[in-house]
Design a protein around this ligand. Structure first.
Ligand code: NAP
Length: 402
């Protein structure tokens, strides 16, 4: 019988037939959702032969919600996701003039999904613009609630912008031009510590070797610079016996690293370069919101692009897994786009449930399908001899390869 996922003693309790909420998504959302559902159900069946099964519960958001109930993100959707703990979603259109900055940003904020987690790993056969895509196997932990994404910004002619400018110019001796728009960037110790804690716990649980703090603290000293300092402080305060810093390593020598997680930091521009040239030296990256955004897309480009990049937004327990690309509206309803991103996100979701056998079956089948060159248009145009598949055909090929 289908049951809700619950939380006991700080841990998820996942029944054999959990109820999982899903948002189909706008534009190409329905196409990739259908494909993903088919692949997930086949992998779970193959792994557990009917002993485990997912009961899907649809919740509305985006255009479908607006047409049904006149709201883009109904309160009922937020309540149902909270109640059932785990959700998966397709991409959503950002409504113009709907009173939202973005439905995705709103969902992350109201559900306090403070960690955006994006694993970036190359699957054999996937076309890549770099010489060694197999070196890429990183997991990005992007802080999801603060930084320049908090939505504090005012157009230059706005009264609020005028007031902020005059406060800064008159009271703080600044020299901001009268025709400047204003945006506020803030980063707190609390939000920094919880993302670093999540990254370190992940590194420990998954036997990862390095956690790299990515920041632009040389320029933004009291936001990104503090982010770096607070991350190190937390690592040394809460994880002392499990970590060694790069500075300590230089004093103590390479042997001191054995069995420990190396905590180091890189400045963002350098990190973007390192990702291309020395990707095998990196493992888990932890970054403030904007850096995390840049890093995710840049890293994804090395392993097949956005059509293959999975993601999850996770709070203390509540988790919403999602395709990392948008709605690609020009392809809506054409059964054309790559469902890989949502399928791999569903893999992250199964991992979160502890259903690792199903993840392995699913990922191996996706990889096998790509090696057979059965791919959607986006990968086909980068591959020689590709056998171009529709969204639904790709899903069928993956299922046949399980
Ligand atoms: P987009 O939907 O991600 O599409 C940009 C391009 O990326 C597409 O034209 C296509 O490239 C490629 N692409 C995207 N998804 C693909 C897939 N599954 N398979 C293969 N290629 C794929 O970005 P956008 O056009 O800037 O945004 C459209 C809408 O989506 C906007 O309303 C935006 O706000 C929203 N959005 C939502 C999310 C989210 O829900 N998480 C994220 C980003 C944007 P080619 O044209 O080269 O084929």
């Amino acid at each position: 019988m289908a049951e809700k996922i619950s939380i006991k003693n700080g841990k998820l309790v996942v029944p054999d037939e959990p109820i999982i909420t899903y948002i189909e998504g706008d534009g190409t959302g329905p196409d990739i959702w259908l494909a993903t559902k088919q692949v997930v159900e086949a992998a779970v069946e193959k792994a557990y032969a009917g002993k485990r099964k997912i009961e899907w519960l649809e919740v509305l958001a985006g255009e479908k919600a607006y047409q049904a109930v006149g709201e883009w993100l109904p309160q009922e959707t937020i309540d149902k996701i909270r109640e059932h703990v785990v959700a998966i979603k397709g991409p959503l259109t950002t409504p113009i003039g709907g009173g939202f900055r973005s439905l995705n940003v709103t969902l992350r904020q109201v559900l306090s999904l403070y960690a955006c987690i994006r694993p970036v790993k190359w699957l054999q056969g996937t076309p890549s613009p770099v010489v060694h895509p197999e070196w890429v196997d990183i997991v990005i932990f992007r802080e999801n609630t603060e930084d320049i994404y908090a939505g504090l910004e005012w157009e230059c002619d706005d009264e609020a912008a005028r007031q902020v400018r005059s406060f800064l110019n008159e009271k703080m001796s600044c020299d901001i031009p009268a025709d400047a728009g204003i945006g506020i960037k803030y980063i707190s110790r609390t939000a920094t510590e919880r993302i670093m804690r999540k990254a370190l716990n992940y590194a420990l649980d998954n036997k990862r070797k390095t956690v790299t703090i990515v920041h632009k603290g040389n320029i933004m000293k009291y936001t990104e610079g503090s982010f770096k300092n607070w991350c190190y402080e937390l690592a040394l305060r809460e994880f002392r016996e499990y970590v060694i810093t790069e500075e300590e390593l230089q004093v103590e020598g390479e042997k001191a690293r054995e069995g420990k997680i190396l905590v180091n930091d890189r400045i963002t521009d350098n990190m973007l370069q390192q990702l291309l040239l020395r990707s095998r030296e990196y493992d888990v990256l932890v970054a403030p919101n904007l850096n995390g955004d840049y890093l995710s897309d840049a890293a994804a480009a090395q392993v097949g692009g956005l059509g293959m990049a999975p993601g999850g937004n996770i709070g203390d327990y509540t988790a919403v897994f999602e395709a990392t690309h948008g709605t690609a509206p020009k392809y809506a309803g054409q059964d054309k786009v790559n469902p890989g991103s949502l399928i791999m996100s569903a893999g992250m979701m199964l991992d979160y449930l502890g259903w690792h056998e199903a993840v392995w079956i699913m990922e191996s089948a996706v990889e096998k399908t790509i090696i057979q060159k059965k791919v959607t248009y986006d990968l086909a145009r980068q591959m020689r001899g590709a056998i171009k598949q529709k969204t639904s055909e790709f899903a069928e090929a993956v299922v046949n390869n399980m």
